[in-house]
Design a protein around this ligand. Structure first.
Ligand code: HEC
Ligand code: HEC
Length: 245
């Protein structure tokens, strides 16, 4: 089959125009989301399972609202990664939602967590912060918003498991420095600022070493209102102000 105009356009939209030149012979082309999003899975791993380099985050199975918010944030300069932003820039808001829904619906295996390298003491501190927080420093437990199993709270709060240590470190660091921003009020910026550098190292070391629970799905309700207001998760906002960590 000769490289079709349609194939060329689809690839062009996602920045791959150069991959298809006039007269080139190709396997029959199926115009599916999976094909169109090959431009993304090149970095984010097969079916968005996570890249092999220990940084590119998983997309598959993450809550759709969260994925959409991130695509929007990259487009609107609240998150930065030039190579990806170039791909997203020409895409419409409706198409960003379609992409978010597509990756969110994928139920594919996780890459195994890498073994922990931190000491037992550090890991224990990380576990305590994730599951209980630190009342003295008004630091809420991560489980209060990310769910008891830390697999997220649909549709807008992501999982904290199945993410590499380098990625987690970078995200919390970016929130502390203001380089990553979520919709105001940005509760994660507040949480990240309440973590000391030692807290951050401990919680990340523990999170990155956890095996995935079964089922590996986000919850759809939380036992208590979130302890801080999160502009990017407004469904949990009502009555949530002022609740003690
Ligand atoms: C060149 C590699 C590359 C390509 C291609 C790429 N991404 Fe990314 N993507 C990244 C990196 C790196 C990050 C993390 C950036 C950071 O540190 O905040 C990321 C982050 C994301 C996130 C946020 C994930 C999270 O858990 O917060 C989403 C969503 C995403 N990408 C979707 C896409 C989609 C959709 C495409 C295709 C249109 C795509 N990416 C193409 C490298 C890439
Ligand atoms: C008050 C609620 C709340 C608490 C408490 C909370 N988070 Fe979050 N977290 C969120 C929300 C909402 C998002 C999504 C933000 C966005 O849309 O960018 C998020 C996103 C994240 C992300 C981004 C994940 C990704 O794939 O890029 C990380 C990392 C994170 N939180 C870590 C933590 C850690 C570690 C703790 C505990 C120390 C914690 N969070 C406690 C609400 C919370």
């Amino acid at each position: 089959m000769i490289c079709s105009l349609r194939y060329f356009l689809v690839l062009l939209v996602l920045g791959w125009g150069a991959a298809c030149t006039a007269g080139q012979t190709l396997a029959p082309f199926e115009d599916s989301m999976a094909q169109r999003l090959l431009a993304c899975t090149g970095c984010h791993g097969k079916q968005g399972r996570a890249g092999p380099d220990g940084y590119y985050p998983r997309l598959a199975g993450k809550p759709a609202g969260y994925l959409y918010n991130q695509l929007h944030n990259f487009q609107s300069d609240s998150r930065h990664y030039a190579l990806m932003v170039n791909l997203l820039e020409p895409l419409s808001d409706a198409y960003l939602r379609e992409i978010a829904d597509y990756f969110s619906a994928l139920d594919v295996p996780y890459l195994p967590a890498l073994p922990a390298t931190a000491s037992a003491l550090v890991l224990e501190r990380g576990h305590a912060l994730a599951s209980r927080g630190d009342v003295a420093r008004k630091l809420p437990a991560c489980t209060r918003c990310h769910g008891e199993s830390l697999m997220g709270f649909a549709p807008n709060v992501p999982s904290l498991l199945g993410l590499p240590r380098a990625y987690l470190n970078a995200q919390l660091g970016a929130w502390r420095s203001g380089e990553r921003r979520a919709q105001a009020p940005d509760c994660m910026a507040e949480v990240a600022k309440r973590l000391t550098p030692d807290d951050l190292t401990s919680v990340v070391a523990w999170l990155a070493a956890q095996p995935l629970p079964k089922p590996s799905k986000a919850v759809i309700s939380l036992p208590k209102a979130m302890p801080l207001q999160c502009g990017s998760a407004p469904e949990a906002r009502a009555g949530s102000t002022g609740v003690k960590p």
